[in-house]
Ligand binder design. Sequence first.
Ligand code: SF4
Length: 122
Amino acid sequence: MIKEMTCVVCPNGCLLQVEYEKQGDQVAIQRITGNLCKRGLEYARQEMVSPRRTIASSILVEGGSMPLVSVRTSGPIPKAMIFPVMAEIRKCSVKAPVQAGTVLIPNVLDLGVDIIATRTVE
Ligand code: SF4
């Protein structure tokens, strides 16, 4: 089987073709083409075995100059954990002020990734 995907590691956005076989629940990758560099190989392997995403959202701020502060994960999380992490973010609120870069939820759901403010709210 062949799966096509766009590498999102850099702005080149190489169109990758992954030849693979399914063996039960396992994916056996036979060949990856279309990548201009090695990072595309790693991206394609990760996407086939355990796709991950960095997510962005916002958290309520009490008493701030704005009602919300934008946040993101400090690194990619498994795609299957996006909705549970979003639920944790929705449950959270913080008191103003919030500085950009502050960890608002450390090690969310034990994923080894923090939820970080991406702007300052006075
Ligand atoms: S394969 Fe390399 S050059 Fe192509 S998009 Fe991915 S990181 Fe960029």
